[in-house]
Design a protein around this ligand. Structure first.
Ligand code: FE2
Ligand code: FE2
Length: 417
């Protein structure tokens, strides 16, 4: 069943979102101090647009929809993001009446013909009764938890696929033509929120790329290191985030922000950064300043781009500011210990070190995977978060897939190990 053309997001809509004031929640104490991110949540703002994070905004949106008599039987809304480089559709945020029936997932878009067609045409994909059988594991999971009807909407902007919005009901046949018409403005708002959120993110990432490009060419930063380590961070985060009450939204932002961990190295002279040998204590002290410099760059970008609210800005500052801290307090710059190191810092450290060990660097050959894993395990608990190390070890098939996909031409020896 299908209705008229989907209301895709227009440039005008996004421009509107870009100037719209967005509040964030009161900031909690952070190991890495950063600029204030805008007004405190609450007074005078629409609850959907004024909520602290995308997940909260989606929950308010679901409540708004359920207040509409035509949409009271919509019990779940979820957003998934599309990554063109890997063709993966990744769960991002959901709001449900009850526990999450899907969990953390990423699947290839090309493996789901119905969604490929929805992305091509911009039309919603409706299933009236999931219990009829067939379909992917996600469909079975939803049906097993009592969901019956489903509507999938592609999120398209200027011909680019950003992701999908999913609407589910415990009742069959809910997404009639009339219901889809009622859903239209809510879906448009949700789609605008996704486009706005990702546009902000892409602007930050583009600004950082510019900073890098005006500095001296750095093999370490421009090679596959950033592609690989951000995906290792994602693999680890998917496993450990639920243990700490963190959502897919956390995992997704960590994936995007992890490659910025060493942005401050633009301020370190090549004579130190590329020295083919041990650094002197004086040189090491200069090298360590890349953390503080990175935090300065993030603050400058945030200020200069005029962001009232950088999405998950604290997560970004913790990635940059805490990726050299160690569990036993022997790291830098603040010698934080254990869980005083933010989770995103602990994950980034394991992902970054594993890739550094298994890659060629000016001062060393690539270690084998076995050697690198042994080093991580030997240092789990003193230098590295043991849960993060275990997550990497337990999911090594996924790690090797990343190595195959993003191998450097010059240092693929470890991938062959
Ligand atoms: Fe670093
Ligand atoms: Fe790195």
């Amino acid at each position: 069943m299908c209705c008229g053309p989907l209301p895709v997001v227009s440039s005008r809509d996004v421009a509107f979102m870009a100037v719209m004031p967005l509040a964030c929640s009161r900031r909690t104490a952070s190991p890495v101090a950063g600029p204030a991110e805008g007004p405190t949540a609450g007074e005078g703002l629409d609850p959907v647009l004024g909520a602290a994070g995308f997940g909260d905004r989606l929950r308010h949106l679901l409540a708004d929809m359920q207040a509409d008599p035509r949409l009271t039987r919509v019990n779940r809304i979820a957003a998934a993001l599309y990554e063109p480089a890997t063709d993966l559709v990744k769960t991002f945020v959901h709001a449900s009446d009850g526990p999450d029936p899907v969990g953390s997932l990423s699947v290839r878009l090309s493996a789901i013909p119905g969604m490929v067609e929805a992305a091509r045409t911009g039309l919603p994909l409706v299933v009236d009764d999931l219990s009829a059988g067939g379909g992917a594991a996600v469909t079975l999971g939803l049906a097993q938890r009592g969901y019956r009807a489903r509507c999938v909407m592609p999120v398209l902007h200027n011909g680019t696929l950003f992701g999908f919005l999913f609407y589910n009901s415990f009742h069959p046949g809910v997404f009639s033509r009339a219901a889809l018409a009622a859903l239209r403005p809510h879906n448009r708002l949700a789609a605008m929120m996704i486009v706005h959120e990702l546009s902000l993110l892409r602007t930050v990432l583009a600004a950082v790329r510019t900073v890098r490009n005006i500095s001296v060419h750095r093999d370490e930063e421009t090679g596959g290191h950033l592609d690989r380590m951000s995906r290792y961070a994602q693999i680890v985060a998917r496993r450990v985030a639920p243990l700490h009450g963190r959502s897919d939204e956390f995992v997704e932002y960590l994936f995007h922000y992890a490659p910025l961990h060493d942005v401050g190295k633009v301020a370190v002279p090549d004579s130190i950064l590329r020295k083919p040998g041990r650094l002197t204590p004086e040189e090491f002290a200069v090298m360590q300043t890349h953390v503080a410099k990175g935090l300065e760059i993030v603050a400058t970008i945030q200020h200069d781009l005029g962001f009232a609210r950088l999405p998950h800005g604290e997560l970004l500052r913790n990635v940059v500011g805490c990726h050299h801290e160690a569990m036993d307090g022997s790291g830098y710059p603040n010698r934080l210990k254990g869980t005083a190191i933010p989770l995103e810092g602990r994950i980034t450290t394991v992902a970054d070190v594993f890739d550094a060990l298994t890659s060629v660097r000016p001062y060393k050959a690539a270690w084998s995977n076995a050697e690198a894993l042994a080093f991580l395990k030997d240092n789990a608990g003193n230098r590295f978060d043991p849960d993060c190390v275990a997550a990497l070890v337990d999911q090594f098939d996924a790690v090797e897939e990343v190595q195959r996909r993003f191998a450097d031409m010059t240092d693929s020896a470890a991938a062959a190990d």
